[in-house]
Design a protein around this ligand. Sequence first.
Ligand SMILES: O=C(O)CCC(=O)C(=O)O
Ligand SMILES: [Fe+2]
Length: 315
Amino acid sequence: MGSLTKHHKLPVIELITNENLKPGTESWSKTCKEVVSALEEYGCFVGSYDKMTQEIHNGVYNALEELFDLPTHIKMENKSNKPLYGYVGQVPLIPVFESMGIDYANTFEGIQSFTNVMWPNGNQGFSENLLRYTKLAAELEKIVVQMIFESYGVGKYYESHINSVNYLSRVMKYREPKMNENKMGLVSHTDKTFMSTIHQINGIDGLEIKAKDGEWFGVELSPSTIVVMAGDVIMAWSNERIKPPHHRVNMEGKETRFSIGQFSFMDKMVQTPEELIDDEHPLKYKTFDHYKFLEFFSQEKNRRLESAIKTYCGV
Ligand SMILES: O=C(O)CCC(=O)C(=O)O
Ligand SMILES: [Fe+2]
């Protein structure tokens, strides 16, 4: 594992309800600039969101501990007909990693149908705890997306974009590595999403980001923060104004870590707005179907491409 640099620090952006989160205010415009500049520089930032309370955080913590304590054969019942949406675990390259996916994660029905597979007799506490977080994460992502659309002068497309977004949540456990075991929790990758949010649950850092200059740096996170990250699909949509950062999880010297990622996927064709195409930014991606892109990426032969999205629909 390469060493980490201290040259970079992920920008922390305060997102305060009733202050800078009201469209049209001066404070909103200032925050839009901070958000877009962080995304253009690092592809992600740390959002310090006042609605992300200790209570919501603790609720997710309890939910995840209870969930991962279930027997493996039950966790493996987490299946989906969408590619890469189900249970992941016991992978030889990343033995410490285990994860489950929850589709339509910000809806009652989505959480409920996941809960019913894990606990056929129901588990209301789990569902409630999780839903409070997934709704919040979706809300935060939508605010950030609105800021991006407005900043790039394409606010008129925001409503139709939001109406065709679905959220997949992935709950993740990285157990403490044993001696001589691979310490990598997740290998370097970019997300195949429009955008992602990541919340770290139990105070164990491990997320690392690759800066534009190629240097890797660690991210320190607290219970009230959520990392907001660009995926491959917003790169195509924005005609490469925003690029997804390579990131990984390193468990070297770490205790068991829990996190929850929430990933946005588009239900309609993804197209670069014509306003984002000009002489300086000629069109770089053809219009494409997000789930077909995911299918493409899920094939073994495409998993290690330099940029799956460029190969899939680059002009
Ligand atoms: O656990 C984390 O902090 C990151 C997870 C991640 O990168 C992913 O699920 O794509
Ligand atoms: Fe990721």
